[in-house]
Design a protein around this ligand. Structure first.
Ligand code: PLP
Length: 410
């Protein structure tokens, strides 16, 4: 059978060990192909049911519910730590947004540690902005390197306090050498903070094995926790007592309900909590993460690699002749779970693909269309059909039939 045929893709679905997981998600849209799970994952059926039950529980229990709800940031964090992140219980909390958690860790590191801040110029905007703000507030230099290969040079003068990078680059999908960069940065005497937003739930991450001490990441992408669901924050146990959150909130306080005492943070990971946790959202993180833990990140990664390989192969065979080029690393070992396809008309092509062909992708400027695979619910046949609809649309110039004005959200 031709490995690039639709028949072959369908046969792979029939023997896919993860194939059963698709039914655990809400998919009321048989025509639609959703390749944007790297921006917002699908809704798990269990989450819909759990949230309905939890809303009722709120109505019945009211304030007495807090005696159980209050530990959710740590309990859900433990599930992520052991099932997804390769960390230990007590090293992860789920709270606030990725932006806020990133700020908390970077600010904690800078307290009492002189030196420059380093990131790469292609890093996710919120990370660059937070670092810019911290550099301005603390009177530090922010060094932007061209790519991860330049990080060691940027640290060579040993005048760097902090390096912060993303594990998977949001535009190209490039996968960083997490253990290698971490140990090089540590050897240069600097702290390393990782943003795992685009890898968590799609790429195996052994935080402790890689010697990572500080990390944050998102739960609403591959972990399917829902729009605006809280993020996670990881601090290796041995670093916890020595780092202080810049937000002195009552949820980080030792003996929180002995309310008269001055601020004295918890010794453990709870010191990075700030205010009252969003209990409904935390339940959604728990249900989303549970599916990933059940499937196993290794199995997810295996299917993700096979599916991005299929996109690359179909690109070479059918899209390259139409003016596309590959915007992601060709070697799957250096790639996360999405493939960026570059084209001079990327924006109208992306619009047309969504509006006219019912393939949900997204656009990242200046010229990339991202096709993300989420192995818990993306089928091989979806990948095949999406590339085929894309080929057909561009072959007929249908991108010239849509409104090319950029929207508020791309
Ligand atoms: C998605 C993403 C974020 C999102 O941050 P929010 O605070 O949730 O808006 C942050 N960093 C990276 C690398 C991301 O991919």
């Amino acid at each position: 059978m031709d490995p690039l045929s639709r028949e072959h893709a369908a046969a792979r679905d029939a023997s896919d060990p993860l194939g059963g997981f698709r039914a655990r998600f809400v998919t009321d849209d048989p025509q639609r192909i959703y390749l944007d799970g790297n921006s917002l994952g699908r809704l798990p059926v269990a989450t819909r049911d759990r949230l309905a039950a939890l809303v009722s529980e709120w109505g019945e229990r009211l304030v007495s519910g807090w005696s159980e709800w209050i530990d959710a940031p740590v309990h859900v964090g433990d599930m992520l730590a052991t099932g997804v992140l390769g960390a230990q219980p007590g090293e992860v909390i789920v709270s606030d947004s990725t932006t806020v958690n990133f700020y908390k860790l970077c600010a904690a590191v800078l307290e009492g540690r002189p030196g420059a801040l380093v990131t790469d110029e292609g890093n996710f905007p919120t990370d660059r902005y937070v670092l810019q703000g911290l550099a301005a507030a603390h009177g530090r230099e922010l060094r932007l390197v061209g790519d991860h290969g330049d990080v060691q040079d940027a640290c060579a003068r040993r005048d760097v306090a902090l390096v912060a990078l993303s594990h998977v680059a949001y535009r190209s999908g490039a996968l960083a050498d997490l253990p290698g960069i971490t140990s090089a940065v540590r050897a240069a005497g600097a702290e390393m903070v990782w943003d795992l937003s685009h890898s968590v739930g799609a790429v195996p991450i052994g935080l402790r094995a890689a010697g990572v001490e500080l990390a944050v990441g998102c739960t609403y992408k591959y972990l399917n926790a829902g729009p605006g669901a809280p993020a996670f924050l990881y601090v290796a146990r041995e670093r916890q007592a020595g780092l202080r959150s810049p937000i002195w909130g009552w949820f980080g306080q030792r003996e929180q309900f002995a309310m008269e005492r001055p601020y004295d943070p918890e010794p453990g990971i709870r010191r990075f909590l700030a205010g009252t946790p969003p209990i409904l959202d935390l339940a959604a993180v728990e249900e989303g993460a549970r599916l990933t833990v059940e499937a196993g990140v290794e199995a997810i990664r295996e299917k993700s690699v096979a599916q991005t390989e299929l996109i690359v192969a179909l690109h070479d065979a059918t899209l390259a002749p139409l003016g596309f080029s590959l915007g992601s690393p060709r070697d799957p070992a250096l790639r996360g779970s999405h493939v960026s396809l570059r084209h001079p008309e990327a924006w109208p092509i992306c619009r047309a693909l969504i509006e006219r062909a019912d393939v949900v992708c997204d656009f990242r400027g200046p010229d990339s269309i991202r096709l993300g695979v989420a192995p818990l619910y993306t089928r091989y046949a979806d990948v095949w059909d999406a590339v085929d609809r894309l080929r057909e649309l561009v072959a007929h110039g249908e991108q010239r039939l849509v409104d090319a004005e950029p929207g508020r959200v791309t």
